[in-house]
Design a protein around this ligand. Structure first.
Ligand SMILES: [Zn+2]
Length: 177
């Protein structure tokens, strides 16, 4: 396990919005802190309070990326959702979640999420790339083509957009024949 993953030493849960770090090295999840923390504090006499929000966001981001890399897309999405519940306009969470949704073949949801990201940053390459992929997967090649052109206007050498554009054009030509 990667060392940045928080894990409760009492119940082994990795799923808690807050983790409590005790100075003796014990980590408790929120639930266990409520249940046994008070007793624990008496016995161990001192503790360091909650990790701060920035650390929580970084942990959730890292954990989400680890889960994506291990093909656990549903669990990854839960981590990105937690980030978005704290910061609804967190761009990397929006883009990473849209990537996980592609892997689950949830293309319509991918497009919604990418649109949200693009309303914050209209040139976000990750969101443009994921949206074009989802549109192509839904055979919406005319819409995908617009996005490939947009990506190529930002970076003419983007190989994904070059090959995606070719596939979109081939399919559009097929349709008109
Ligand atoms: Zn626990």
């Amino acid at each position: 396990m990667s060392k940045w993953l928080d894990k409760c030493n009492n119940c082994n849960s990795e799923d808690s919005s807050d983790f409590w770090d005790y100075k003796d090295g014990t980590v408790l999840c929120d639930k266990c802190q409520k249940a046994i923390g008070e007793q624990w504090e008496k016995e161990h006499s001192y503790y360091k309070p909650l990790i701060n929000q920035k650390t929580i966001l970084t942990n959730l981001h890292n954990k989400g990326c680890v889960l994506i890399n291990s093909n656990k897309f549903d669990k990854a999405i839960k981590n990105f959702d937690k980030i978005l519940s704290i910061e609804p306009k967190n761009l990397s969470a929006l883009v990473n979640k849209s990537f996980a949704l592609i892997k689950l073949n949830k293309y319509a949801e991918t497009i919604d999420l990418c649109n949200k990201a693009l309303s914050i940053d209209s040139n976000n390459l990750g969101a443009l790339h994921n949206k074009s992929y989802a549109l192509s997967s839904l055979s919406k090649f005319d819409e995908a083509l617009k996005i490939y052109n947009k990506i190529l206007s930002i970076n003419p050498k983007n190989t994904d957009a070059i090959s995606g554009k070719k596939i979109a054009l081939d399919n559009l030509n097929k349709k008109t024949q």
